[in-house]
Design a binder for this molecule. Structure first.
Ligand SMILES: [Zn+2]
Length: 87
């Protein structure tokens, strides 16, 4: 299962629908040095917002939803969300 990734160019919280990403203004400056935080992504399953890292955006690491009630795991591949484990 795949879903198109929507990218917002401006931070508009009301528009962070499931599967929407917003690249941080200070991308690369926060978090781990090897793998800094890069964007905010709204889980395609439940819409919970979470920070994702550079490696996750590059598709090297899976994104795991932080919500307790959602087990979504997915990869981001060329602006497409590829679901690894269903919601
Ligand atoms: Zn979720």
């Amino acid at each position: 299962m795949v879903a198109e990734l929507e990218v917002l160019s401006e931070w508009i919280p009301e528009q962070m629908q499931p599967g929407t990403m917003f690249v941080l203004e200070n991308a690369g400056c926060v978090g781990e040095k090897d793998d800094p935080y890069w964007a905010v992504l709204s889980c395609p399953g439940c819409g919970t917002l979470g920070l994702i890292t550079r490696k996750q955006i590059a598709g090297l690491l899976a994104v795991i939803c932080g919500s307790a009630g959602c087990a979504a795991q997915f990869f981001i591949r060329d602006s497409v969300i590829v679901i690894r484990k269903p919601f």
